[in-house]
Design a protein around this ligand. Structure first.
Ligand code: XIL
Length: 358
């Protein structure tokens, strides 16, 4: 184990509560987990994370306690997106994102910054503005520079570019591609690196966990960016699965080819949704989906973090986005741990990844 990793582990274990309060104490649910995920993951040299809903973090004490006790990294679910940070042109609102970064600091957690360049959740002044290429490029440069500088030194990994590809491996027809051409991707990484040279810069996407045209396209992209000296450090695999489809296989082999490029990897947004209502068979399949994602990460030398996209069904994006599906998270709506939580616990406990990553 290298020294920085040793210090990071020691620092964070020291901040952990001695025993985890029962997540379901208030609701009278099953007994507490023995050891929180973050402790088990530390033994495997892995950071385990969750996306955080900052309103819930403020208003819901059970949510706040579990966010702090179970996870060693956090991702803002929405509050670092462009529409949240700059709802009116030139007027930044950092308050909610700063609250989360402060929370993380107090709890010995690292932060995944999410997200600098995406086609969704953009402010309307930008999308409706009909900016020509010169102005749009300047706006993107300013957004990346101001945002990365604001959080400089406090963000571990940035999702610099998110979801740039279609399923067939062609580039997505977004405002960025249409107006700026494919060079926007390399520009974004260069600008982010100038603003915080120590942050790890990631390309992030979904349906890229297995091999196929889309993950091949991501592979070709990051390989050519590296060859051109563009500062890309890692690839994020979102990990949004549904039990309506066969659970993916071959993920570790896919992650391995990125590893061989010398890149860090991460599972960045894991959840496994199902048709609702949940039943024991569906929950077992879901647990296997989570287990496979974590297994692929643990088998990959430089897979440095495993993040779930929210940890409780109480605040999940799934029912609003995928009608008829839900129950996608590790804890149910009353904070009772589900089989998927137990599967991650035992997967982490049963492994001893000796290699220090990241
Ligand atoms: C989702 C959030 O979870 C929702 O609350 C929001 O309404 C839409 O965005 N891929 C991503 C995330 O990279 O930013 C998305 O988050 C989920 C899909």
């Amino acid at each position: 184990m290298n020294l920085p990793r040793l210090l990071a582990t020691a620092c964070c274990l020291a901040l952990l509560p001695l025993a985890v309060a029962s997540p379901s104490h208030a609701s009278g649910g099953p007994a507490a987990p023995d050891r929180p995920l973050r402790q088990l993951a530390a033994d495997d040299h892995l950071r385990i994370g969750t996306a955080v809903d900052v309103s819930a973090l403020t208003d819901d004490t059970d949510y706040r306690r579990l966010t702090g006790s179970e996870f060693s990294t956090v991702t803002p679910e929405n509050v670092m997106k462009w529409e949240s940070l700059e709802p009116r042109q030139g007027e930044y609102d950092w308050a909610a994102a700063d609250r989360l970064v402060d929370f993380a600091h107090r709890h010995g957690q690292k932060v995944r910054g999410h997200v600098l360049v995406w086609h969704n959740q953009l402010p309307s002044w930008l999308t409706a503005g009909d900016l020509d290429a010169g102005r749009l490029r300047a706006a993107l440069h300013r957004h990346i520079t101001d945002t990365v500088r604001h959080f400089k030194g406090r963000i571990w990994q940035w999702d610099v570019v998110n979801e740039a590809f279609n399923e067939d491996g062609t580039l997505r027809d977004s405002i960025w591609l249409r107006t700026l051409g494919p060079g926007y991707i390399a520009d974004a990484f260069r600008w982010a690196h100038e603003a915080d040279p120590h942050a790890l810069l990631f390309y992030n996407d979904y349906n890229t966990e297995w091999t196929g045209p889309k993950s091949d396209a991501v592979y070709d992209l990051v390989r050519s960016l590296r060859a051109a000296g563009v500062p890309v450090d890692g690839v994020g695999f979102q990990g949004h699965l549904s039990i309506r489809y066969d659970l993916p296989t071959g993920m570790a082999d896919n992650f391995a080819r990125f590893d061989r490029l010398g890149l860090a990897t991460a599972v960045t947004e894991a959840d496994v949704r199902m048709p609702v209502p949940a039943d024991s068979g569906r929950l077992a399949t879901q647990a296997e989906g989570y287990r496979r994602l974590l297994d692929a990460c643990l088998r990959t030398r430089r897979c440095i973090s495993f993040t779930v996209w929210g940890f409780t069904d109480r605040y999940s994006w799934v029912p609003d986005t995928f009608p008829g599906e839900g129950a996608a998270n590790l804890f149910d709506e009353d904070y009772r741990p589900k089989p998927a939580y137990r599967a991650l616990q035992s997967e982490l406990a049963g492994r001893a990844r000796s290699e220090a990553a990241g």
